[in-house]
Write a new protein. Structure first.
Length: 198
């Protein structure tokens, strides 16, 4: 199937599961810590500047945002996490909602997980990967902001992350920079491949 990600458009920002779109077709979810560059990555991969809007207050965008590529294909922007100033009660609530999303969403094909290459594999990143493993779900890691460090350090970090995650199934990793364009075409192709899988 030929998928044109640049046709993605905003459909709904859901505050609760009852507002999620019908569980049919194929979805790819995007997740990452606050300030991981998630919105920039989504915009770069889709080629749609301004499609995903970064919150001016980190950690405050507590909605699951659905973008439609076609009536049967969606990209899903999960709330940023890991920002310490968000009230504990809100963090717990959204942890439960996101876990419910991973456990019950049958149309979910994969997770694209953004991690700042300078601060990879924090505990909440590991938790998301654990949920993927539990659900036998593909995950693709983008080590974002790779333009911020040298190429040699970037490659060394990627090798270290791969080693740490060597025992996990259905996982792929790449370096990425929305600013320089590094890895954008590769990430776009990977998302299309994951959407096309049955």
């Amino acid at each position: 199937m030929s998928i044109q990600l640049n046709s993605a458009q905003f459909i709904v920002a859901a505050h609760k599961p009852s507002q999620w779109l019908p569980d049919q077709g194929s979805e790819i979810a995007f997740a990452g810590r606050s300030n991981s560059g998630k919105s920039s990555a989504i915009n770069a991969i889709t080629g749609r500047k301004g499609l995903a809007i970064a919150s001016k207050t980190p950690g405050r965008t507590q909605q699951i945002v659905f973008f439609e590529v076609t009536p049967e294909i969606r990209l899903v922007d999960l709330p940023g996490y890991g920002y310490s100033k968000v009230p504990k009660q809100l963090r717990i609530h959204w942890s439960n909602v996101i876990e419910q999303y991973f456990e019950t969403r049958e149309c979910l094909r994969a997770l694209v997980l953004m991690m700042d290459i300078r601060h990879p594999l924090k505990p909440l990143d590991q938790q998301l990967l654990d949920w993927c493993q539990k659900s036998a779900l593909h995950s693709h890691i983008l080590l974002t902001k790779s333009d911020k460090i040298s190429k040699s350090k970037s490659l060394a970090t990627m090798a270290a992350v791969k080693k740490d995650l060597a025992n996990r199934d259905k996982l792929s990793i790449q370096t990425f920079s929305a600013l320089s364009g590094l890895g954008v075409a590769d990430a776009r192709q990977r998302v299309i491949e994951l959407l096309n899988q049955s």
